[in-house]
Design a protein around this ligand. Structure first.
Ligand code: LFR
Length: 485
């Protein structure tokens, strides 16, 4: 029997997960889990990429100890961040984390040459100040000149394991450098960055078989025999593959550090209205597009938890929030001030004070403010999605860690009036595994893969309760005012 192993690394943690098929069902076993997070020094934010690589090796050693002798392996991580390689294939410098503020100064000069409307028309990618386009513009020119190859983070991890260089397609689309029509790097945008096309290795489809781990590495670390398969290396691309949806009219909310809310499309929707509302068309596996919006998500509560010295678990924060009356104070969670503030709790309080609302005091009040604001923003963007695509979603699938937050799932159903199907929490690892299974011929396609997930994992349904309608309408109005201010 062959095992499938997914390496799934998010902004706050990473894991290696084994997928096993038994009696027509898929089960998951966590092999190894480790922390992730960026650190700051000299005024900049960086990832510890060596730590991530070491943890992958450690996880593979653990896989062997669990009896995995042969497996396929896929890797996914967050998007947009990159690694420069010199002519010898060695990394140049450190890996910036996307929340680093150096990109703020890059936006005006980039838009002076190519207004956002032109960039959007070419790429269909939403404006986020940290898109690779702006990051590379802000990058040290000498280092860029020295670079022979530019790889995104998961591409680099594949490279370390296999020695092979590629740019995986779903993740490459988040750079805001790919042209929707030519399906390759856009020459005008590369010219603006002063980068020749040759610095980017060839675009590679998810499902591509990359070959074995380098023998010297496998031997030195006593690793299992692994065949590397290119996953949908952008974690959100994998998460959406892992949505247990059926039928045509569903939306998803991939709920982790970010809340990614959107629909799966067969063709991009890069219209003027989609641009004005800042919806993205990220490339998916198997010719799909993720038409979605980034919402600041669980990052807000992760940071608040840190502000309180991590004395509360997430489950405790949800419990504390439940005891607070709803809609006391609301924030526009997508305000740039929340991207990387020195102190999130204080930033939230400042926002509430500046908008003449009750200032949340206790951890429960701050958490309630975050969850209420997220539920209201999901409602706003679901309605926008319906307007832009002309299709009302019948179900909202919430996947990722946020699917465990019953308060937020129920509240989202109540506020939006759309039934929520919550789970699985490990949809990203599952999407990663499905690509490996399709590539190795164990399942036919993604439809079969989603059916397999439905069969194999519990899904919790939250039906809109029709409660507090007056209060919700009032909160919606207040929230709309905040967004419009
Ligand atoms: C989610 C995610 C989002 C991307 C953000 C930054 O983990 O990958 O899709 O916009 O992180 O890379």
């Amino acid at each position: 029997m062959r095992d499938y192993v997914a390496v799934d690394i998010g902004a706050s943690s990473g894991r290696l997960v084994r997928g096993e098929m038994q009696d027509g069902r898929l089960s998951l076993q966590e092999i190894h889990r480790f922390d992730n997070g960026f650190h700051e020094h000299d005024g900049h934010c960086y990832w510890d990429i060596d730590h991530l690589y070491r943890e992958i090796l450690r996880g593979l050693q653990q896989a062997r100890q669990l009896g995995i002798e042969r497996c396929t392996l896929g890797i996914d991580t967050w998007a947009v961040d990159y690694v420069l390689l010199d002519g010898k294939g060695e990394r140049i410098g450190e890996v910036y984390a996307y929340r680093d503020s150096r990109t703020l100064g890059a936006v005006p000069p980039v838009h002076a040459v190519h207004p956002f409307s032109r960039i959007y028309e070419k790429t269909g990618i939403q404006h986020l100040t940290f898109n690779t386009l702006y990051q590379l513009y802000a990058h040290d020119r000498m280092e860029l000149a020295e670079a022979q190859d530019i790889l995104l983070v998961p591409d680099y991890l594949y490279y370390l394991l296999s020695g092979r260089k590629m740019n995986e397609l779903t993740n490459a689309s988040t750079t805001a450098l790919l042209n929707l029509k030519t399906r390759d790097y856009d020459p005008d945008l590369l010219e603006l960055l002063g980068l020749p096309r040759s610095k980017f290795p060839s675009l590679t489809e998810p499902g591509t078989r990359l070959g074995a781990i380098k023998p010297e590495l496998a031997q030195a670390y006593d690793l299992p025999e692994c065949e590397l398969i290119v996953a949908a290396t952008h974690d959100t691309a994998s998460a959406v593959l892992g949505v247990p949806a059926s039928g045509a009219s569903w939306a998803y909310l991939s709920s982790g550090t970010w809340s990614l809310i959107g629909v799966e499309l067969q063709t991009p929707l890069a219209t003027k209205e989609a641009m004005e509302r800042n919806y993205t068309n990220e490339w998916g596996a198997y010719g799909t597009f993720r038409f979605l919006k980034n919402i600041m998500g669980m990052w807000l509560i992760q940071e608040v938890r840190k502000d309180y010295g991590k004395q509360h678990s997430y489950a405790e924060l949800v419990k504390l929030a439940e005891a607070v009356p709803p809609f006391r104070s609301l924030i526009d969670s997508n305000d740039d001030r929340f991207l990387n503030p020195a102190n999130m709790t204080e930033e939230i309080r400042r926002f509430c004070a500046a908008t003449d609302q009750l200032v949340p005091d206790t951890p429960g009040e701050v958490a309630r403010c975050i969850f209420d604001s997220l539920a209201l923003s999901y409602d706003v963007y679901l309605k926008e999605l319906e307007r832009l695509t002309g299709q009302k979603p019948e179900t909202l699938h919430i996947v990722g860690g946020g699917a465990n937050n019953a308060l937020l799932c129920q509240w989202t159903a109540d506020v939006s009036g759309i039934p929520v199907a919550a789970g699985p929490t490990e949809s990203t690892a599952l999407g990663n595994l499905l690509v490996q299974m399709i590539s190795s011929g164990a399942i036919r396609d993604i439809g079969e893969g989603r059916e397999l997930i439905r069969r194999s994992f519990p899904i919790q349904t939250y039906v809109p309760r029709g409660l507090n309608t007056g209060r919700i309408t009032e909160a919606r109005r207040r929230f709309a005012d905040l967004l419009a201010r």
